[in-house]
Design a protein around this ligand. Structure first.
Ligand code: URA
Length: 208
């Protein structure tokens, strides 16, 4: 398997989807390429697109604070997004954009081989768990996928809008991630049955 730097070099000129035309730069990922904990968000926003690094805006500051409070440095984890280029206006990535970008994330996960993946927000949680989820119901729980523990948590940007109670939940979930790091790696096992229910899609809300 090639080093992550080589993949990042190739990704820098990626034109596999229409987001390439709109971006300032590709936001490949940042951190320890041998990290035991990998964090996965949705996609770069304005500041990330400008600076070429995931989670550098207000949500990133909260993320850094949470990491510090549970005793781990940002540089000791690896942070990436599902899509590597900013969707215009911070809209959700389209299915064809996700499909085109997925090989980059899969290569990152295989190469880093983290023990735990913390997913940030409903979108990233549903993507990594490969099923619709209710993030408020399943946040902080542990799921085993391909010999790794997946811990879905809230998106820091949503937490910023939600106040101190939400910050407490986010901190609790980061503590769970740290606890997982102190435990043995799970063995690879078949995926468990589907989760009970999912959040409604935003456009479904408009039907009522
Ligand atoms: N939100 C994300 O999902 N990812 C980032 O990198 C920044 C904000």
């Amino acid at each position: 398997m090639r080093p992550l730097e080589a993949a990042a070099d190739e990704a820098a000129s990626c034109a596999r989807c229409a987001l390439a035309a709109e971006r300032t730069q590709v936001v490949y990922g940042v951190g320890d390429s041998h990290a035991e904990l990998m964090l996965v968000g949705e996609g770069p926003g304005f500041h990330e697109d400008e600076q070429g690094e995931p989670f550098v805006g207000a949500a990133g500051k909260l993320l850094n604070r949470m990491l510090g409070e549970v005793g781990i440095e940002r540089s000791d984890v690896y942070i990436a997004n599902i899509v590597k280029c900013r969707p215009p206006g911070n809209r959700d990535p389209l299915p064809e954009e996700i499909e085109a970008c997925t090989p980059w994330l899969m290569e990152q996960i295989e190469s880093i081989d983290p023990k735990a993946i913390g997913t940030l927000g409903r979108f990233a949680g549903a993507f990594i768990l490969d099923q619709p989820i209710s993030i408020t119901r399943i946040r902080g729980q542990r799921f085993t996928r391909d010999g790794r523990v997946v811990i879905p948590t809230l998106h820091p940007a949503a937490v910023l809008r939600g106040g101190e109670k939400q910050v407490d939940l986010l901190r609790e979930d980061f503590r769970t991630m740290m606890q997982v790091l102190s435990e043995p790696r799970p063995s690879a096992s078949p995926p468990p049955p589907p989760l009970p229910s999912a959040d409604p899609e935003p456009d479904q809300l408009g039907l009522f």
